[in-house]
Design a protein around this ligand. Structure first.
Ligand code: ADP
Length: 551
């Protein structure tokens, strides 16, 4: 800009200089022409006086310098000419200046001479005898004038150019500097140029609009981030080339990657074949899903193409941690297999005994024994099915079970009372201790806990052994403990006895009518009450199970 202003000022200065030169030269030329004409008039007057006094003798020895003097008779015949032979000259009567002089006493004219290639000035005066004295001289052209003033003009040009350059330089900087120093952060604070105010106002307005748009965008971004960060699923947005544009908190947690991965290719983080296929399908505009193992966990990935103007402009990747789901699925499969297996054994026994009875292959005295076996196996199946139903209830709709304020001591006392006949028959002493302990929970589940613990304490006890049930109410918790003086559990099994169908001694468990599900029900029910389980058992020394319900 400085350069353009500088150039413009220089051009303007030179143009002004040239225009002034032309004007001044014009005026000068005019002035000199008038002076020359007046001089010629005066010279003509002088020569006329001389000729009037002396006649033709006046011309003898007359020096005319640049002038040409011609004496013409009233008829137009040339009587004398200072440059040519008068006799050979044509009649001058028709010459304009001569004609005027004859008519008015004095005449003037100027003509361009093709022969001499210059303009000639003529002045003529009528003498008293009727003859005419004519004087002619070369009229200086403007070019000659300029050539004559060559040096001062060049000097003036140099001075004018120097001053123009200096002023142009100063001026252009003076104009441009305030523009360079404009404070565009606060456009309205600039006061230098009034002409710039509309522009500055516009800039200020646009800045405000930009600011409010940026704030709105930030607000929307925050809203989006809050919404996506609170999602349980991981969400990653990719562009059409698989570059990560954004990810929510869950995604970075699940994939154990930081937000620094934004801007990187997702395949650089993980180039599993499943992910590559998923992305290439999404790039082709197809929705697809896959599962993938990562960091020892199982993930389900759903990829949906983001389509703008019929083109895939990005990919939304949803990530679910399905490890627990997979585990549950696996457990369910194992459970179903175990249930089938557990049911198969008593069914086979029942079917075997029944077949023998049907074919009359049982001695009459053995019928009671056989039917007793069938009854025992059927009973086992009933217990098993009961426990399976309880567990599947716990699996399916444990959350929907109604919670009530109950007294755990009362529940335990009732259960102990129900066990008494059985205990008496097995010659085992049952004692109940403790204090009233209010608990908020599901009564039938609390009942199941006490029942299964007491049942185990009785089943895995010895003759003349004892079982003690105790309920304590402390400031922080309610504790139910069931202790027995039974066979105890070897340390290596203690971890696993809460698994479904896990039994230390399968045949012993079967003998005493165990299903292998009692402690699983206890574990499940305790978990639903946020209670923890503590097990203390010594082989041949007895077992104590403590269930701690936090308040
Ligand atoms: P079961 O129906 O076989 O008793 P549980 O799930 O209740 O199934 O118990 C799992 C296994 O834990 C039992 O088979 C048994 O071996 C062991 N067990 C449970 N309670 C006791 C106990 N009080 N004393 C000794 N062993 C026990």
């Amino acid at each position: 800009m400085t350069r353009r202003i500088f150039k413009s000022i220089c051009f303007a200065a030179i143009a002004v200089f040239l225009a002034s030169l032309v004007f001044i030269m014009g005026v000068l030329y005019n002035y000199f022409s008038t002076v020359q004409r007046n001089q010629m008039k005066m010279q003509t007057e002088l020569i006329s006086q001389g000729v009037t006094h002396e006649g033709i003798d006046y011309f003898t020895g007359l020096k005319t310098y640049d002038y040409r003097v011609t004496w013409i008779s009233p008829e137009g015949v040339v009587l004398f000419d200072s440059q040519s032979d008068a006799e050979n000259m044509e009649n001058h009567l028709e010459r304009k200046e001569v004609k005027e002089a004859l008519e008015n006493g004095y005449g003037e004219s100027s003509r361009y001479s093709v022969t001499l290639m210059e303009r000639l000035l003529y002045s003529a005066k009528k003498l008293s005898d009727g003859t005419v004295i004519r004087l002619s001289g070369t009229q200086n052209s403007i070019w000659m004038l300029i050539l004559g003033m060559e040096q001062p003009i060049i000097l003036m040009f140099v001075i004018a150019a120097g001053i123009s350059l200096f002023l142009a330089f100063r001026l252009s900087r003076k104009i441009v500097n305030p523009l360079n120093e404009l404070n565009l952060d606060e456009p309205l604070s600039n006061k230098e140029y009034v002409e710039l105010r509309p522009l500055l106002k516009r800039i200020s307005l646009q800045q405000q609009q930009l600011k409010s748009q940026a704030a709105e965008l930030r607000h929307k971004q925050e809203e989006f981030e809050t919404a996506t960060d609170n999602m349980n699923e991981g969400l990653i947005l990719l562009n059409e080339n698989g570059i990560i544009l954004s990810m929510n908190r869950t995604a970075s947690k699940l994939l154990r990657i930081s937000k620094f991965c934004i801007g990187k290719d997702i395949l650089m983080l993980n180039n599993a074949l499943a992910l590559q296929e998923l992305l290439s399908k999404a790039k082709n505009g197809e929705r697809s899903e896959t599962t993938m193992k990562l960091n020892g966990l199982e993930y389900q990935l759903n990829a949906s193409p983001v389509i703008t103007d019929d083109e895939v402009s990005g990919i939304a990747l949803l990530i679910f941690d399905v490890t627990e789901k997979e585990k549950a699925e696996q457990m369910r499969r194992e459970f179903t297999a175990n249930v089938s297996h557990e049911l198969k054994t008593p069914l086979h026994s029942i079917s075997g005994y029944a077949e023998l009875l049907k074919n009359d292959m049982v001695k009459p005295e053995d019928i009671t024994k056989f039917s007793g076996q069938i009854y025992a196996e059927a009973q086992r199946m009933i217990y098993l099915v009961d426990d399976i139903i309880k567990l599947s209830h716990l699996d399916e709709d444990a959350g929907d079970m109604k919670r009530e304020d109950v007294d755990l001591y009362e529940i335990a006392r009732e259960t102990v009372r129900a066990f008494e006949p059985k205990a008496k028959a097995a010659k085992i002493t049952f004692t109940m201790n403790g204090v009233s302990a209010p608990v908020r929970g599901v009564p039938q589940l609390l009942n199941s806990i006490v029942f299964n613990l007491c049942d185990n304490a009785l089943k895995y006890n010895r003759e003349n052994g004892s079982v003690s049930v105790d309920v304590q109410n402390t400031d922080s918790s309610v504790v139910l403990s069931v202790s027995d003086t039974g066979i105890g559990i070897p340390a290596r099994h203690q971890e696993r006895i809460f698994e479904r169908f896990y039994r230390v001694d399968k045949s012993h468990s079967k003998e005493v009518g165990g299903t292998g599900l009692g402690l699983s029900i206890v574990k499940h029910a305790a978990k639903l009450h946020n209670a923890s389980i503590e097990l203390h058992s010594v082989v041949d020394g007895g077992t104590t199970v403590r269930i701690v319900f936090p308040k």
